[in-house]
Design a protein around this ligand. Structure first.
Ligand SMILES: [Zn+2]
Length: 166
């Protein structure tokens, strides 16, 4: 199994579930534990992660070097804050490399292996599928998500939100 190629890793506070999901879609190793209140976790096994928080008292208390204080309410604007704070480049992004649910690396799976496991119209209209060995979910690139990823890539390239971001 190949690692996603970038080495930015995150842990998101309980209020940032949608942001965590988007970071995973973009290939970033992101822990999200809804039941854990905002606190900087030190994972000695994996080293430190960048902590994403919306809690001001946490942001003041913790080492700001490893923390991003998120101010926006909208997930895309939150993602923009992360991208700008870390100067994330297009080449740092590897879409469809990580399970949105488990945060584990996913692998490509043959088209014939997913027949009958995904809706027929999906199977007929897609060439590439990925699977997660942990939850056995099958992922494919849908038009809605493709559109969102395009917007994010433009955001990274030009540093501003194009029209249609909402
Ligand atoms: Zn999974």
């Amino acid at each position: 199994m190949q690692d996603s190629g970038n080495n930015l890793r995150f842990i998101a506070e309980s209020t940032l579930g949608k942001l965590a999901k988007w970071l995973r879609i973009l290939g970033f190793d992101t822990l999200y534990e809804p039941h854990v209140p905002g606190r900087e976790p030190v994972d000695t096994r994996e080293g430190r992660r960048i902590f994403l928080t919306r809690t001001k008292r946490v942001a003041i208390r913790e080492d700001s070097h490893n923390l991003i204080f998120i101010t926006s309410n909208h997930p895309f604007d939150q993602l923009k804050e992360v991208i700008q704070a870390l100067e994330i480049k297009a080449e740092d992004i590897q879409t469809f490399s990580r399970c949105i649910r488990c945060n584990t690396t996913i692998r490509e799976i043959g088209r014939n292996d997913v027949q009958g496991k995904v809706p027929d119209y999906v199977w007929e209209s897609h060439d590439t599928f990925h699977t997660c060995d942990q939850c056995r979910r099958i992922f494919w690139s849908g038009s809605h998500i493709e559109h969102s990823i395009e917007i994010i890539k433009r955001l990274i390239k030009f540093g501003s939100s194009p029209k249609g971001l909402e």
